[in-house]
Design a protein around this ligand. Sequence first.
Ligand SMILES: Cc1cc2nc3c(=O)[nH]c(=O)nc-3n(C[C@H](O)[C@H](O)[C@H](O)COP(=O)(O)OP(=O)(O)OC[C@H]3O[C@@H](n4cnc5c(N)ncnc54)[C@H](O)[C@@H]3O)c2cc1C
Ligand code: FES
Length: 313
Amino acid sequence: MKLRVIQQRLEAAGVISVVLEDDAGRRLPAWAPGAHVPVTLSSGVVRQYSLCGPRDDPHRYTIAVLLVVDGRGGSREVHQSLRVGDVIEVGPPRNDFELLPAPSYLFIAGGIGVTPILAMVEALRAQTDPPPMRVVYGGRNRSAMAFLDRLATLGGVEVICEAEAGRPDLAALFADAAAGTRVYCCGPPAMLTAVQEVGDAYPDLSVHIERFTAVVRDPAPVADGAFDVELARTGVTVTVGRSTSVLDAVLEVAPDTAFSCTDGFCGTCETKVLAGEIDHRVSLLTDDERQSNSTMMICVSRSSCGGKLILDL
Ligand SMILES: Cc1cc2nc3c(=O)[nH]c(=O)nc-3n(C[C@H](O)[C@H](O)[C@H](O)COP(=O)(O)OP(=O)(O)OC[C@H]3O[C@@H](n4cnc5c(N)ncnc54)[C@H](O)[C@@H]3O)c2cc1C
Ligand code: FES
């Protein structure tokens, strides 16, 4: 979809929201809380942004973007070059952070990770009989925390500024949660790791996390054997070397292939597989999707036994 920027607003220090709509006034695809859209900026860079505007407005999408100074430039482009009136390519909503029914919820947002959590809390609070929920929003200081005004209108949100009160006490939050509670967390990598670690001790709670950035790891291990990949639409075959990804090999012959995180967590490079056995190296797909052997994230997943893969590219 080509969508026009109709509004930009400073939501907090380093965070701007962007409202997008179709020039012809067409309805945009519906979305559920937790969904994000891939946005292709004028430089050709693709980045994902969680939808965080009102869901009862079928004609507009709202995203909010934190400026990442040490990043690869996507957020800098949004902050420095994107202007009201510009038209950008926006893909359909994708949801890997679905809000599932539960008797109670614990929401933990850190920094810009508030975007999908805000949409979830607003949706639940709009219900006639909202389920019990605890909402905790941590940030460095108030001036850098977006959407405090919207969250304040929802009531009962615990805002924890690191500068004043330190970090949210995750152990206490989990200990207080009733059995069956679904825990949703989106925030910086350290927060997600801590939530997963604490959550491991509570098998009666379900933990759902959304990752915005890559996990910092030791250098990637050597990937393993080389194999061939055929691009079905052109018939071209490329060889994927031991230490390169399918994406790297595909980009050599199809430079317009979409990708973003290159680490298996955003879904931008998901590609249909027409033949061959996939070695999935991501947690993004459901068990059914993995077993169907029909789609893969080409930035990290590989061929399972060194056999040829045929991709719908
Ligand atoms: C599902 C999803 C939803 C998202 N929603 C939002 C949102 O609502 N708002 C928002 O502002 N952002 C969101 N993001 C993040 C967004 O897509 C961009 O990553 C972000 O804007 C930064 O882009 P960039 O090009 O400026 O920096 P990037 O290069 O993408 O870098 C982001 C951070 O990751 C680090 N990093 C990059 N590559 C690696 C690596 N290989 N290993 C370790 N660290 C690395 C960088 O140092 C930086 O701190 C979302 C991402 C995903 C996957
Ligand atoms: S580029 Fe993000 S999953 Fe492959």
